[in-house]
Ligand binder design. Sequence first.
Ligand SMILES: Cc1ncc(COP(=O)(O)O)c(C=O)c1O
Length: 373
Amino acid sequence: MIPFNKPYMTGKELWYIAQAHANGHLAGDGQFTKKCNAWLEAHTQAKRALLTHSCTAALEMAALLSGVAPGDEVIMPSFTFVSTANEFVLRGAVPVFVDIRPDTLNIDETKIEAAITAHTRAIVVVHYAGVACEMDTIMDIAHRHGLLVIEDAAQGVTATYKSRPLGGLGHLGALSFHETKNVISGEGGALLVNDPRLIERAEIIREKGTNRSQFFRGQVDKYTWIDVGSSYLPSELIAAFLWAQLEDAEPITQKRVKLWKTYHDAFEKAELLGRIRRPIVPEQCSNNAHMYYLLLRDLPHRTRFIERLRAERIQSVFHYVPLHSSPAGKRLGRSHGDMAVTDDVSDRLARLPLWLGMEDVQTEIINCALGAV
Ligand SMILES: Cc1ncc(COP(=O)(O)O)c(C=O)c1O
């Protein structure tokens, strides 16, 4: 079977893990965590980057930092992964789902303002497939209404909007290093704190509600419990693995982009014939090639497409079950306006394998896909 995903290793991971072992510091915030945080700050322009054990954990920290309370509302797309909503629901907030744009499949910025009520506290944007949302418009809306913007940039590492890195544009950003992402540590993530007013509390929340980070920097002479919090630090073994990947983030991206372009060129004709629609990357967005997807004509075509590929031993997958139509989404959230694009796209989208090392089998995948559209 040609798998949908295959984690890529740079070859340096075990060497750095051995170094962490030799350093004798295995808990969080050792040398490798510091290197990763510094890399993220340098490459995202975040005021503070804090490694976490997942993007979900980073979003949970963002929800705590946003101060949302029961009954508050948070605007977000429905076409996303559950963690975008779940972490705010954990704080008692209500996700308010807004439809997506038909081109990028990102939240439709023209529909956000109408969804704002007296209870709205934040907007969570998702940069789908690593392609940026229309951030200038969204930040302008947020400033005018006094709302916090949190970027779910789980898929967005190394991608940019108007040359500015994703995750560094809102008040807070969350990255994922899950093994399905471009740069990985098995499980892993980071919170990017772009609003300096949130840095101190972010450090406290991440360290079980204590001021332990300040203590280690010699800023206080003892550390103690001062706020709510939890344990969001990854161990040094994870950070060591991640460091090997971050060092190669650029070549990894370039190689992914090459594979993405090969797909894109190969499917151009089928798009002109009206059989499929290819991904659209607006001019102001750079592409980190996180994902290659096709939009088929309708649900029966998509089902047949995935089955045809499976018969040829090629794994193709679809997503998302829109949150507004999921059992928990119906119970815990609400939609503002219709979800026509979300419903349509989630029926028609199929993702193709995209992983470093698939160069030898890409032609086979393309030929099979072209025969199935
Ligand atoms: C948009 C989005 N948000 C959040 C997550 C959660 O990331 P993690 O698995 O690192 O918690 C994912 C993971 O697939 C994602 O795609």
